[in-house]
Design a protein around this ligand. Sequence first.
Ligand SMILES: Nc1ncnc2c1ncn2[C@@H]1O[C@H](COP(=O)(O)OP(=O)(O)OP(=O)(O)O)[C@@H](O)[C@H]1O
Ligand SMILES: [Mg+2]
Length: 357
Amino acid sequence: MGTLVLEGLSKRYGAATAVDRVDLAVAEGELVALLGPSGCGKTTTLRAVAGFVEPSAGRVLIGGRDVTRLPAHARDTGMVFQSYALFPHMSVAGNVGFGLEMRRVGRAERDARIREALRLVRLDHLADRLPRQLSGGQQQRVALARALVVGPAVFLLDEPLSNLDAKLRQEVGLEIRALQKRLGLTTLMVTHDQDEALAMADRLVVMEHGRVLQVGSAEDLYERPASPFVAGFVGRCNLLPGRVEAPGLFRTEGGGALPCGPAPAGPGILALRPERIALAAGPDGPGVPARLSALTYLGALTEYHLDLGTGALVAVAPTPPPEDPRRRLRPGDPVRAEWTPASARVLPPEAPTGESR
Ligand SMILES: Nc1ncnc2c1ncn2[C@@H]1O[C@H](COP(=O)(O)OP(=O)(O)OP(=O)(O)O)[C@@H](O)[C@H]1O
Ligand SMILES: [Mg+2]
């Protein structure tokens, strides 16, 4: 049973808290991504699961068994490090077979399993090369094979694509996901790239300051963020501080009156996704009157920024410019911005984090 459960997992370094009471359950065969800014505790969480970091508090359970006090090699996890960490003097096959040798797996079985793991990552033809004779993407796949070959109950990936260029990232990312699904691997992956997380994971965990802020599917987090931080971290979002003055009416700090979804009266932050805003030319008609403040020509698309007279600029998702040049908008032009009230969610004001770490 390859379930992974973290219970109140914490790690302190002196007075600083790197991981703060993290609770998380990863189901068998599920891929969960830890997502968050640099220094929020992703790697430390992963290393605590693998057994390379001793938690200050809390428990790690793999397949229902408490492994918190077990050494790394007795935990039944396979980890891929951000930096590959291949042994430079060992061949590809030697690298992949290292964990099996440590586990005293016999020669014949070892060779068979190395071949199988290399076949899975499509590197069987390069078994005798040294790491330095491989491309970055190939080295990344050797690191994957090395973690896979021991048949771990839990697969741990720390930014497995971070050293690859954009095209290769996507390719190797899709490969990892396909392999993970096919083998039904219970996987905890770390990334600080939201696109990567959205594309690969069954569920995402957004972390900040060592804490879990929200757990959910990509759609949950995108459509129903619980806080401005999550709204701004998963996808792009306009965040306007102010207060709900009456049902459906949000007053921004700058004094603008904007339609909003259902929310209790009082202070809040209006979260409005750029692609939910429809832009219309001219001052007259429905919508919130605004002025075009900036315009970025991106070739096929043009991106607009609006001044809603609220003191804050609002981004509108890039759209194709009108074919007729005379109808194209220019900075300073009066426009109107429209959205359905339900797509403007009011979120609780950001709690002061004030905690030193
Ligand atoms: N061995 C250590 N001693 C002291 N502090 C540490 C140690 N390891 C990590 N930290 C601190 O714990 C916090 C979390 O670090 P961690 O490496 O888990 O972050 P991360 O989310 O993986 O960040 P990144 O995206 O930059 O890799 C950071 O503030 C870091 O400085
Ligand atoms: Mg890290």
